[in-house]
Ligand binder design. Structure first.
Ligand code: FES
Length: 293
């Protein structure tokens, strides 16, 4: 019986993935065609917030129409890459709604959502966007009025922040290569195995502790995470820059707007692991290309 439910859930979520792509595509198309209006994508967990939204609807609680809702089985289905991809496709805001802590139908799903969102917000800031463009809220099935109020508040906040520089730059005449590149770097960093495995371990290390009951303090973990996020962002930036042509350290630094000495240190580290290899010379400076990934 359990496996039938799981199979049905998987089927539903794969159908939803198709819908996510469809909605993202229509979003960027609308922006390109200059029919822009503020856009918010809301990913709502099936069991709590989606039911809360449903209740808001049947109870006739008014909430802004700027939000386009996508139903997912659990808030933790929303991977950091999906959030960054949604912003890359021109959303001005991303809303994630899940069950209250302790109420997740997959036991600890929403704890993981919370930790993943912390990482995503840091990457969003590094990419040059306001982290308040993404909001996570816990709303239960019985909180229809609360859902309407939160959506109203978030929509007002997005309006205050104005059009996302990414959605503005999707128009040919306003193309801003820099912001498109930085969000792509953030997305690549979010895919990093190292980062993902550390985020997956936060709950074990901070909330639960190891087999001896030893816990790492939240502050210590945050510090390590922030350092790792910066390292992965720089690494992804270097690799993205070297994707097409070999470049010098100065050229890489210039392209991703990071000081030369930091790039130099990271190139040396990546060279050791053969992720970046020396290629040739431009004037007096050596050039590098991408190596083994
Ligand atoms: S099922 Fe709702 S957040 Fe996991």
């Amino acid at each position: 019986m359990g496996s039938i439910v799981v199979a049905k859930n998987l089927e539903k979520s794969s159908k939803n993935e198709g819908k996510i792509e469809e909605k993202m595509f229509s979003l960027s198309e609308e922006i390109k065609q200059d029919t822009y209006s503020p856009k918010i994508i809301g990913f709502l967990c099936n069991w709590c917030t989606y039911a809360g939204a449903d209740l808001a609807g049947v109870s006739r609680f008014q909430y802004p129409t700027e939000i386009k809702i996508i139903r997912v089985m659990c808030s933790t289905r929303i991977d950091p890459v999906i959030i960054l991809e949604t912003l890359y496709n021109g959303a001005d805001g991303v809303f994630i709604g899940g069950c209250h802590l302790g109420d997740c139908h997959y036991i600890t799903g929403n704890y993981h959502t919370m930790h993943k969102l912390d990482m995503t917000k840091q990457l969003i800031e590094m990419a040059g966007l306001d982290k308040n463009r993404v909001r996570l809220e816990w709303i239960s099935a019985s909180e229809g009025q609360r859902f309407a109020n939160i959506v109203k508040d978030f929509t007002e906040e997005i309006k205050r922040l104005g059009q996302s520089p990414i959605s503005a730059s999707l128009r040919e005449d306003k193309k801003d290569e820099k912001i498109l590149r930085t969000i792509k770097i953030a997305k690549n960093a979010a895919m990093s195995f190292r980062l993902r495995s550390v985020v997956a371990r936060i709950r074990k290390s901070v909330d639960e502790g190891n087999v001896y009951g030893e816990k790492v303090s939240q502050e210590k973990f945050q510090q390590l995470m922030s350092q790792l996020i910066v390292e992965e962002y720089i690494r992804s930036g270097i690799l993205l820059t070297l994707e097409k042509n070999p470049k010098t350290v100065e050229e890489i630094a210039d392209e991703i707007d990071i000081p030369t000495e930091i790039i130099f240190k990271n190139i040396a580290r990546l060279w050791k692991k053969q992720v970046v290899l020396p290629y040739g010379q431009k004037g007096l400076s050596p050039t590098y290309m991408g190596g083994i990934r």
